[in-house]
Design a protein around this ligand. Structure first.
Ligand code: PLP
Length: 399
């Protein structure tokens, strides 16, 4: 039996692989410090849980409309209007099984063979594979910490060809935590409008920003840009609801209707109970977010300072999300006590795991081999211990 060419083009998610590796070590009783987490370490707020319990008790347990219940669409429309000052109608919203599923629906209805999709690197691991699954070609544009991992308008312009179908923009970003300002987005929007290129705007970290940074959506910059943008967001990160599986897309009616057609043949609606919980998430008290973000901010400051204090490691201070993405080139050419050579993030990550039982995600999987991703979605105490171990590991390297 031959598997399809389509599935052979893609690889398993490297971040999920690392998390599994850490879990295996932990299960063996080994004292692992993990910076691998891709989700908030907070519990889902009680008011949201209660809404789900009520939904079950009230028998709200059947199929709903494929694209989601009106009550939830209305809550999302209100959220977008309040946060981003953009007006959408219910026909311009589709609720799916996570932001990842929203992105996949978009890829299904927009991409085909011969299409190119521009993705700034470092990127979230699923973007290239979703493009490949839909027969199109990812085109990577490399960015570095020199530009705070932001693609410049001239880089975008240069990457555009006759075949370009879309540009994927993730702000605030996973894995780097960088976030684009309004002016930076305006400059990118000019290029996209000129060439009529779709923008897939993954804004899943919109609420997790620091020092008063204001998240802006590229869709809000002009009516033309609204017509060229598909906003993707969801409840996973802002409300610590990764297991509940709810995401949404907001964009032009024609594209949303096509996505609903696909979803109707694949998964149908998002869990009815989750939908009720998400109505409460978007409409209920938002105090949880402020508490979570202020905790994340303390951790960010600790981890950035701790990493920058280690010779050979250089860490950009991000404006959002809950990751840092330090450059480790300063350690290249050094040797571990077992005479292993540090020559990439992969080799350093392996050394950290073997010698100090610290889990970090090497940058290769994100398209950036000189960096590693550390998530600070874990306690200050864990972070402190992890930093101590990384410092010790770096100190044992010899030139
Ligand atoms: C977490 C995440 C998502 C979506 O996650 P879901 O749980 O599927 O909603 C989308 N994009 C990025 C960059 C993420 O980190």
């Amino acid at each position: 039996m031959n598997l399809s060419k389509r599935v052979q083009r893609i690889k398993p998610s490297p971040t999920l692989a690392i998390t599994a590796q850490a879990a295996t070590l932990k299960a063996q009783g080994i004292d692992v410090v993990s910076f691998g987490a891709g989700e908030p370490d907070f519990d889902t707020p009680d008011n949201i849980k209660q809404a789900a319990i009520d939904a079950i008790k009230n028998g709200f347990t059947k199929y709903t409309a494929v694209g989601g219940i009106d009550e939830l669409k209305e809550a999302i429309i209100h959220k977008i209007k309040t946060d981003l000052e953009i007006n959408y109608s219910k026909q311009e919203i589709l609720i799916s099984n996570g932001g990842k599923h929203s992105l996949y629906n978009i890829a299904q209805v927009l991409f085909e063979e011969g299409d190119e999709v521009i993705i700034p690197a470092p990127y979230w691991v699923s973007y290239p594979d979703q493009v490949l699954l839909n027969d199109a070609q990812p085109i990577f544009v490399e960015t570095t910490d020199q530009t705070h991992f932001k693609i410049l308008p001239e880089q975008l312009e240069k990457a555009i060809t006759q075949k370009t179908k879309a540009f994927i923009l993730n702000t605030p970003s996973n894995p780097t935590g960088t976030a684009y300002s309004r002016d930076e987005l305006l400059n990118l929007a000019k290029v996209l409008e000129k060439h009529k290129i779709f923008c897939i705007a993954d804004e899943i970290y919109d609420k997790i920003v620091y020092n008063g940074f204001k998240h802006v959506s590229i869709a809000s910059l002009s009516p033309a840009m609204k017509e060229l943008t598909l906003i993707v967001n969801g409840a996973s990160k802002a409300y610590s609801m990764t297991g509940w599986r709810m995401g949404y897309a907001a964009g032009p009616e024609k594209i949303i209707a096509a996505m609903a057609k696909v979803q109707g043949q694949v998964t149908s609606n998002v869990c009815s109970i989750t939908q009720k919980a998400c109505v409460e998430a978007f409409k209920g008290s938002q105090n949880f977010i402020a508490k979570m973000v202020s905790e994340f901010e303390k951790r960010r400051d600790m981890i950035v300072d701790g990493l920058n204090a280690i010779p050979g490691i250089c860490c950009f201070k991000p404006q959002g999300a809950f990751y840092v993405f330090p450059n480790i080139q300063g350690l290249y050419g050094k040797k571990t006590p077992q005479h292993g050579l540090i020559e990439s993030a992969d080799s350093f990550a392996n050394y950290l795991l073997q010698d100090e039982k610290v889990v970090v995600v090497p940058g290769e999987g994100f398209g950036a081999k000189d960096y590693m991703r550390l998530s600070y979605a874990s306690s200050l105490k864990n972070i402190e211990e992890g930093l101590k171990r990384i410092q010790r590991a770096a100190g044992k390297l010899t030139s």
